[in-house]
Ligand binder design. Structure first.
Ligand code: AMP
Length: 394
């Protein structure tokens, strides 16, 4: 009989649950709730729209998950929960018990958009599924190999120690998965590869990976630093915050809301946060959409250039997640600016690419390329299912 791991991945307005066979990688059922809490909330099981949508994360888990699990519970071996921030305490996957829950609650302020809702889902799922262990898998875990010099903020030691002010890095399961997928595609030992992985989705980050180990990444103490994202601004001179506090009356909560929910692509386009809409606008000549894509790509190329130096050259650039997998426009802008590093884009491949479960990696550079570029299908659920399963086997 097949064994399944149930993977639960909760965002501020979404719930994703996947039943994954960790050995074959096959998905045997998925539940999606998007735009949770709004009147446009959508709820589907196995890509079939169902209604009505639940109104909270807790309700989603309590009342909709049983539908996904119907007839499958006997094959369930564990539940894997994506937890964004593991802080200093957790890097490897851990079985969730009362003590772990307490520690995770204390970490919530480190990822205010992500950790509190994830914990709400854990509490509801633990009550619903009592027969198998619940395991937390951390986004930060993959980045524990980043050297101190790359991790440090140049602030007084006392403050750094007392408030744990340092780079952690996120999207670890996605960067790790993309790197392994590229090594498998190239039939090369991951230890021999230097890769720059670009996770470009609603949240965006770049990672420099040397021999399978993360050595630099663009997100920092929280998932706000680095690239421009749907509604997050990424890098910013901290004086901007002081100026808004002093001159525009912004308080702490106003600033947090501004930087995480009202900035990024949404702000640059005056109202569009979905990249599909922005690309459509740009193709129709809308100046703010063209501008937003330019700013987005400029920030990204700046990181890729610096990571080429950090790694001392690389074998490949890898694009993954919603924008990375689907936007030929972004990939072209980036690859064209890497010609000086030996990137030769294969335009046909770039425009016709469509990664699927059966073809999860496609090369978009031609045979003259010294630095190769790939599109890699992201599958955070499978990565979490495998980490969860590995812990069960130890
Ligand atoms: P993710 O967080 O990986 O689900 O990615 C979400 C982002 O990917 C959103 O900004 C989407 O607009 C973007 N995206 C999804 N499909 C496409 C597409 N076909 N073309 C451009 N962007 C896309």
């Amino acid at each position: 009989m097949s064994e399944f791991v149930l993977v639960i991945n909760v965002g501020s307005t979404s719930v994703k649950a996947d039943l994954i066979n960790p050995t074959s990688g096959k998905c045997d059922g998925k539940l999606r709730i998007e735009r949770l809490g709004s009147d446009q909330a959508v709820y589907s099981v196995n890509n079939e729209n169902r209604g009505p949508a639940p109104s909270s994360h807790d309700e989603a888990i309590r009342t909709r998950l049983p539908e996904l699990l119907e007839g499958k519970r006997a094959s369930l071996v564990a539940v894997g929960h994506r937890i964004v921030h593991g802080g200093k305490i957790y890097s490897d996957p851990v079985v969730i018990d009362q003590e772990v829950m307490k520690q995770l609650e204390m970490l919530s302020p480190m990822a205010p958009l992500h950790n509190p809702v994830a914990l709400m889902a854990v509490r509801a799922a633990v009550l619903l599924i009592t027969e198998v262990p619940h395991i937390a898998v951390f986004d930060t875990g993959f980045h524990t190999t980043i050297p101190d010099a790359a991790r440090a903020y140049a602030l007084p030691t006392r403050l750094v120690q007392e408030y744990d002010l340092r780079k952690y890095g996120f999207h670890g399961t996605s960067h790790d998965f993309a790197a392994k997928q590229i090594a498998a595609y190239l039939r090369t030992d991951l230890q021999k590869l230097k890769l720059i992985t670009c996770h470009l989705g609603g949240g965006c980050s770049v990672c420099a990976i040397d021999g399978g180990r993360s050595v630099e990444t663009s997100m920092g103490m929280t998932p706000l630093e680095g690239l421009i994202m749907s509604t997050r601004c990424g890098d910013l001179d901290p004086t901007v915050l002081l100026r808004l506090q002093q001159n525009a009356g912004y308080g702490t909560r106003d600033l947090e809301y501004l930087l995480t929910q009202q900035s990024g692509l949404l702000a640059l386009t005056n109202g569009r946060s979905d990249f599909r809409d922005i690309e459509r606008g740009a193709k129709n000549g809308l100046q703010d959409c063209l501008y937003a894509i330019d700013v987005f790509c400029h920030r990204l190329i700046k990181y890729i250039g610096s990571y080429l130096a950090v790694l001392g050259g690389a074998d490949a650039i890898v694009f993954t997640a919603g924008i990375g997998e689907n936007s030929a426009w972004v990939r072209r802008q980036i690859c064209d600016r890497l010609i000086c590093f030996g990137v030769h884009l294969d335009d046909d491949a770039n425009y016709s690419v469509g990664v699927t479960e059966d073809i999860p990696v496609v090369e978009i550079t031609d045979s003259n390329s010294r630095l190769r570029a790939f599109v890699s299908r992201s599958n955070e659920a499978l990565s979490i299912a495998r980490s969860t399963h590995e812990l069960l086997l130890t």
